[in-house]
Write a protein that binds this ligand. Structure first.
Ligand code: SF4
Length: 262
C-alpha cells in the first residue's frame, strides 16, 4: 500500500475497515473493465454478506479488471469509521459522503507529492485545509464544493510541473489519444501527458523522467523496463492498471504492484 501520513486521513484503502462501499455505490456499464451492468447504489452480485468479494482472487479472469485497479484512496474507511463513527450498516447517507470524500482523498494523495516539491508551501496549506474538510460530518460534507478544491489543486499541480520542466519541456500530449501507440522511440522525458489515453500503449523501456501523468489512462499500458521513478503526479491505481516488471522503476512513495511480471 502507498505511504500514509501519520495523524492524517488515510490515503490507502483498507477494505477490512469499510463496508464494501465501492462494490455498491458506483454504477458499472458492461465493458472490458466490468463484465456486467450494475446500477448505482446497488450491491454487486459477487458481494458476500460479510462485505467481501466472492471472486476476489479471480477478478481478471472473471472480467472485472476494473475492480483490481479501482482505489478509493482510503475514502471508504474514512466514511465508515470517521464520518459515521464505525457504523456496521450501509446507508444512502454513506453513499453521498463517499461521492464527496473519494475525490478529496485522491487530491490529498497528489498533494502529498506536491508538498515535497517547489510548490510545497502552498500544497501543505491546501492539504491542511482539505484534511480539515474530510473530517467534517456528513451534513457539512454535502455542502463542500469539490470542484473548487480540485481547481485550486490543479493550479498547484501546474506550478509543480512548470518548475520541473523549466528550461527543458518535453512534448505536450495532454489529452491526446495514444491508445495502443508504439511509443518506444518517443522521447517522453518531461512530457505533458495529463489526461492522455495511453490504454494498451507500448512504453517498454521509455524514460518518463519528469513526465506529468496526472489522470493519464494507463490501463494495460506495457511499462516493462520503463523509468517511472521520476514521473510526476502518478497514482497507485494508474500503476496497478499498467503492466510492468521487475525492471520498471517506480516513484519512491508508491509500491510496485504485486501482479506485475517478475
Ligand atoms: S466483482 Fe467483487 S470487487 Fe468487483 S464490485 Fe463485485 S464484489 Fe466488488
Amino acid at each position: 500500500m502507498g505511504t500514509s501520513i501519520t495523524g492524517s486521513a488515510p490515503r490507502a484503502a483498507d477494505c477490512s475497515r469499510c463496508l464494501a462501499l465501492c462494490c455498491v455505490v458506483p454504477a458499472f456499464a458492461a465493458s472490458a473493465d466490468f463484465a456486467i451492468d450494475k446500477p448505482a447504489h446497488t450491491p454487486c452480485p459477487h458481494l458476500g454478506a460479510d462485505h467481501a468479494c466472492r471472486i476476489h482472487d479471480r477478478l481478471r479472469e472473471r472480467g472485472f479488471p476494473g475492480c483490481v485497479v479501482f482505489d478509493c484512496f482510503g475514502a471508504g474507511q474514512q466514511v465508515v469509521q470517521v464520518t459515521f463513527g464505525g457504523s456496521a450498516r450501509r446507508t444512502s447517507a454513506m453513499f453521498a459522503a463517499l461521492d464527496v470524500l473519494r475525490p478529496l482523498h485522491e487530491v490529498l494523495a497528489l498533494l502529498d507529492e506536491a508538498a515535497r516539491s517547489s510548490a510545497g508551501h502552498d500544497a501543505r496549506d491546501l492539504r491542511a485545509r482539505v484534511e480539515e474538510m474530510v473530517a467534517r460530518d456528513a451534513e457539512a460534507l454535502a455542502d463542500l464544493d469539490v470542484g473548487a478544491v480540485r481547481r485550486e489543486a490543479g493550479a498547484l499541480f501546474d506550478e509543480l510541473v512548470a518548475v520541473a520542466h523549466a528550461g527543458a519541456p518535453g512534448p505536450d500530449l495532454r489529452g491526446v489519444d495514444l491508445v495502443g501507440a508504439d511509443l518506444r522511440r518517443r522521447d517522453l522525458r518531461a512530457a505533458r501527458l495529463r489526461g492522455a489515453l495511453l490504454v494498451g500503449a507500448d512504453l517498454r523501456g521509455v524514460d518518463l523522467d519528469r513526465a506529468e501523468l496526472l489522470g493519464a489512462d494507463l490501463r494495460g499500458a506495457d511499462v516493462r523496463g520503463a523509468r517511472l521513478a521520476g514521473a510526476l503526479l502518478l497514482t497507485a491505481p494508474q500503476l496497478t492498471a499498467a503492466r510492468g516488471d521487475a525492471t520498471t522503476t517506480v516513484p519512491a512513495h508508491l509500491d510496485r504492484p504485486t501482479h506485475w511480471f517478475p
